[in-house]
Design a protein around this ligand. Sequence first.
Ligand code: CFM
Length: 554
Amino acid sequence: MAKAVADKTTETFDLEGLNPEEVKSKMLLKYPPKVARKRAKQIVVNKVGDDGSVPVIGSNVRTVPGLISQRGCCYAGCKGVVLGPTRDIVNITHGPVGCGYYSWLTRRNQTDPDTSEDGHNFMTYCFTTDMQDEEIIFGGEKKLAQAIQEAYDNFHPKAIAVFATCPVGLIGDDVHAVCREMKEKLGINVFGFSCEGYKGVSQSAGHHIANNGIFTHVVGTDDTIKEGDFRINMLGEYNIGGDAFEIERLFDLCGFTLVSTYSGNSSIEEFANSHTADLNLIMCHRSINYVAEMMEKKYGVPWIKINFIGAEATAKSLRKIAAYFEDDRLMERVEEVIAAELPEIEKTAAEIRTRTEGKRAMLFVGGSRAHHYQELFAELGMKTLSAGYEFAHRDDYEGRKVLPDIKVDADSRNIEELHIEADPDKFNPRKTEAQLKSLEDKGVDFAGYEGMMPEMENGALVIDDISQHETEKMIAMFKPDIFCAGIKEKYAVQKHGVPLKQLHSYDYGGPYAGFRGAVNFYKEIDRMVNSQVWDYLKAPWQKSPELAARYGSE
Ligand code: CFM
């Protein structure tokens, strides 16, 4: 015991024989002192205390100009991430054509439209006002109204949403006024988002704006209660590569009734009555926690954090949902589903693990996946050397317990916080205080998220908003067996001879969620980390100088 205490005080960590603090210093060396000081706060050597505490990490702050970041903009977070996957809203980008064009289907969010006559699916279309110099100078509101009218005449959608891009904010077009006017004229729901790209410090601002907008204009507008038992909403699941399809398969097998998904494979009608569900499940905490919080306050729907990335995590999450409903038959059914599917998956994992055990991964993705995917790597016996988010906040790293300590800076203050109160007619607490307490004692953690760092090893490097320079340094120092990021990093990383798995779009693969998704991921990673192709990256004369000499003399 005494030894353990002594060890604690003198603890230094080792990252594959290197001191992680030294690794950090090497990454910062090239920066001017002021930049290095700023970045130092966002690069942290992980250390989990006995009480689960972790060091403070700087996050959700402006990227230093000059550093090559992988972040996106506010418009991307609002239109692309949160609203983009809903198939039956006509989403009009009010702005120059590039904003609409480059946010069109690039995320591989899939949908399964109803094929009956009025089964709308507008995701295959790109709607934009295509602003020109004339609108920039004289204003674009007239053109926006025309675009809304044209979309209505051609498609007769149930709803139209308008997204503001940077120039719209700069010239002062009032998208909300145009939407109000057109809503009245057309008699359908038309609503706008002030999600100008420059707002906030990343796409995270856009998530918040999107959450506020859906909550204000759509949630609670239809009180129809969907038939079925154990009614749930799935929040923060966007059906990239078909993930939501696999999760829906499991929900059906277990007997849960899915009222809505925000927003993979979704339709606007599902948002409208989502307040009638009895439990909210949060998959991606970063992008959608606001809707969960607001729905709890206004309608009394509690939320829990779940994770369907990883076979074990999937089983655990299904059990958690069943536990909430306190129904023996449901709990049995969930156990039957797990027993029917998990052993086969564990067998596959064990077989693949013989080839992946001990390999090393780095993950730098968004605001949620850099955490979740560590589970899948652990199931393959792989180690996460370093991980980080692009735009997450401290709670996604350190857990929601730090929420009261988070300083609200000017950039965050720019994003509206809605004031929500209990609805006088529709507020209906789904569980009593005593029930909540007894469920908590059984391990159902309400409104909680532990974050990424408490689950990572001591000594692992946690890097927020990693830059291109830091990426290259990390690769040079560690040469990981796989690097997980996105299309912007893919080819630069692969030129170093390290395979890159896209965890945003999944390259051409997926689903990776749920049980079947886990197997897809195991196979994909096995293929990537054991590929011989990287050995051919160097020409024979680069590997053997004597060959160069011979060719040179001929
Ligand atoms: Fe949530 Fe996402 Fe992510 Fe995200 Fe994204 Fe994405 Fe992502 Mo790309 S909502 S935070 S803004 S899980 S698009 S589906 S993969 S960065 S980690």
